[in-house]
Design a protein around this ligand. Structure first.
Ligand code: NAD
Length: 291
């Protein structure tokens, strides 16, 4: 069993980007600039945005953190995005989800200029990704592909099972794994909360991507010997022994599943850091295309 180490691979990608930024500086060219919009005070969102801003600083990107109060109206938020769309200095815009219930995620995502949509959630980018055209690929699915690529996991011909069909993880992962590319060329089954016989479907899988948000859902009895397992889940579970009061759990019961796997991602230290690396790659690309 080999660990797919997202921390190490993410760092390697960020080190490469750092060198590329130094090159831009030496040539007097524009440096990538990410604007992160955070609405309200959701603890997990605060942590994610802080990690993204920190990664920008480490690589040498500019970043702007736009903090908005929980009560902001949708129209005011849309106006902020419009301003960022028109700001030549800003290459990439990300709006941290989830948004408060009174704001439509869809309206906000659709308002981001597709050329600055480094999260890859805009319908234009999703559509282009589905067609296999150059696009910003959603950061978590892109990070998973980069991880598989780094470890040269031979996915061609594999039966892949993706658990979870969200627009930000499960569905795009299923499309990328089915693409005629490497990694890719899998025969993909996309499972969700209405899937029957999930256990027997998983037992057929050479590769499983667990992205449902249910701590330790995937157990050894659902995994065949030698499978590749990618754990996307991150759930905060109460833990009084921790100073923070919680511990992070993935969707995979790591201790029982890992011994059966050829490759597996840990939580934390697997898909999470790769998401940030992928976002940084998208931001670099946006800067190249916009300047
Ligand atoms: P979501 O709630 O939008 O979607 C969950 C999906 O799982 C749904 O499609 C649902 O049909 C499916 N599902 C729920 N229960 C199921 C069951 N019992 N059997 C089969 N399918 C079931 O979640 P999401 O936004 O896609 O996130 C999923 C998980 O990934 C969460 O834990 C989230 O925190 C995590 N996540 C991690 C990263 C990262 O960078 N590592 C990024 C995004 C999301």
């Amino acid at each position: 069993m080999q660990i797919l180490d997202g921390k190490v691979v993410s760092q390697a990608i960020r080190d490469e980007l750092k060198i590329s930024v130094a090159q831009l500086v030496a040539e007097g060219r524009k440096i990538p600039h990410l604007a992160a919009v955070l609405v309200g005070n959701n603890g997990a969102s605060e942590t994610y945005v802080a990690a993204k801003v920190k990664a920008c600083a480490e690589i040498g990107y500019k970043s702007t953190m736009v903090r908005l109060e929980e009560e902001i109206t949708e129209n005011k938020l849309l106006a902020v995005i419009e301003e960022l769309n028109g700001d030549y200095e800003v290459d990439g815009i990300l709006v941290q989800l989830p948004l408060p219930a009174h704001i439509s995620d869809e309206n906000v995502i659709n308002a981001i200029s597709p050329s600055k949509d480094v999260d890859g959630f805009h319908p234009v980018n999703i559509g282009r990704m589905v067609q296999g055209l150059p696009s910003f690929v959603p950061a978590t699915p892109y990070g998973i592909m980069l991880l598989l690529e780094h470890y040269k996991v031979a996915t061609k011909g594999m039966n892949a099972v993706v658990i979870g069909r969200s627009n930000i993880v499960g569905r795009p992962v299923s499309i990328l794994l089915s693409n005629n590319s490497a990694p890719g060329n899998c025969t993909v089954t996309l499972c969700h909360s209405h899937t029957k016989n999930l256990e027997s479907i998983c037992l057929q899988a050479d590769l499983i991507v667990a992205a449902l948000g249910k701590p330790e859902f995937l157990v050894a009895e659902m995994v065949k010997e030698g499978a590749v397992v990618i754990d996307v889940g991150i759930t905060r579970v109460n833990d009084t022994s921790k100073k923070s009061g919680f511990t992070l759990k993935g969707d995979v019961h790591f201790n029982s599943v890992a011994p059966k796997c050829s490759y597996i991602t840990p939580v934390p230290g697997g898909v999470g850091p790769m998401t940030i690396a992928a976002l940084m790659k998208n931001t670099f690309l946006a800067c190249q295309q916009n300047s």
